[in-house]
Design a protein around this ligand. Structure first.
Ligand SMILES: [Zn+2]
Length: 335
């Protein structure tokens, strides 16, 4: 059996397809910037269709990326029969002694982060999805907030999480100072806070994905155990849905900056760390023509998307394969 990575980073750029990658590479080169993942030694491609559609939604895609099995659009962490519950890699690694962190630039109950801790026949059952955090036992969650923290005649999500020993913070320093083993960082406790502000509109107190990633590493390292850390760049998708060019580049750069934080960690622990950066699907039908960037749709497409990898076992992620295979390749280190 190959040596298993002690520290695993799984970055998911929501909606980050080949067109957006081409656009961002061009723009970065033009402006003297760089995208750190494009220097990774291993590049692959994945197919993204769901069980019932050539064009996936984020919940079916994350089910494939987290659980290694296709499901129907709008389902989360359950098989396409809508009954059989699937186990995400985060839970499997937790059983192997790994600490787990889940972070995003959108709400924590949104499809991509939720795919690593929840099961639901509908990705829109936000209260029910958030409730499942309390049973996960995972050590670190971060994002903009929760879409539906209150439900009539039910306990609030915040009370439930606090009852289950989660310390909830609204600032990086407060979370950093927390002595709790289980932490949740959110921008605000107001309901329906869908996202952190787009990168290009951020104000001083708004979290960046890089800050969240740094804080997550700090928290997950504090017990000297192995860890698995999923970080989603959730707003690449939202900028692409609305065909917003400047916002799109800002979010791809934000995603790259967060990966750069993991890359620094990798350089300190090169023999123990694996970083995988990929996407759940393409959004916007982006292509490059004489006008630079063009969008063909406001929706997702069924195009293949990139995978980048560096570190222990990275060589397994080259070539073209299905999105269900990433986790199968990763778990081969353990069985
Ligand atoms: Zn989308």
């Amino acid at each position: 059996m190959a040596q298993s990575p002690k520290y695993i980073f799984y970055f998911i750029g929501d909606g980050f397809g080949i067109g957006a990658l081409t656009f961002a590479e061009n723009k970065a080169t033009e402006s003297g910037d760089s995208l750190c993942f494009s220097q990774f030694p291993v590049t692959g491609l994945i197919t993204t269709h769901s069980a019932n559609n050539l064009v996936t939604c984020s919940s079916a895609a994350v089910t494939a990326l987290a659980c290694g099995e296709k499901t129907n659009n709008n389902m989360l962490g359950v098989a396409s029969d809508s009954v059989r519950v699937l186990t995400p890699v985060s839970t499997i690694l937790q059983q192997q002694g790994y600490l787990v962190g889940i972070a995003t630039s959108v709400s924590i109950d949104h499809a991509t982060p939720a795919g690593f801790y929840a099961h639901s026949a509908s990705r829109r059952s936000y209260y029910d999805i958030a409730k499942q955090i309390s049973n996960s036992g995972f050590e670190f969650f971060a994002g903009s907030g929760f879409l539906k923290p209150e439900l009539k005649d039910s306990i609030s999500i915040f009370s439930l999480l606090e009852e289950n020993n989660y310390f909830i913070s609204n600032s990086i320093s407060q979370c950093s100072d927390s002595k709790s083993f289980k932490n949740i960082l959110i921008q605000t406790t107001e309901k329906d806070v869908k996202q952190l502000p787009f990168s290009i509109y951020k104000e001083e107190d708004d979290f960046t994905l890089a800050q969240i990633t740094q804080l997550g590493i700090e928290k997950l390292c504090s017990q000297n155990k192995p860890f698995f850390f999923m970080v989603e760049g959730g707003l690449i998708d939202w900028a692409a849905h609305d065909n917003l060019v400047e916002e799109l580049y800002g979010e791809i750069k934000e995603f790259s900056d967060a990966i750069e934080v993991a890359l620094k960690f990798y350089k300190q622990h090169p023999k123990e760390t694996l970083i995988i950066a990929t996407a759940d699907h393409e959004t916007g039908g982006i292509f490059i023509d004489l006008n630079d960037i063009d969008f063909t749709t406001n929706e997702h497409t069924g195009n293949i998307v990139p995978v980048f990898a560096i570190g222990v076992g990275a060589e397994n992620f080259s070539g073209l394969f299905d999105n269900t295979k990433i986790i199968k390749k990763l778990l081969k280190f353990f069985y």
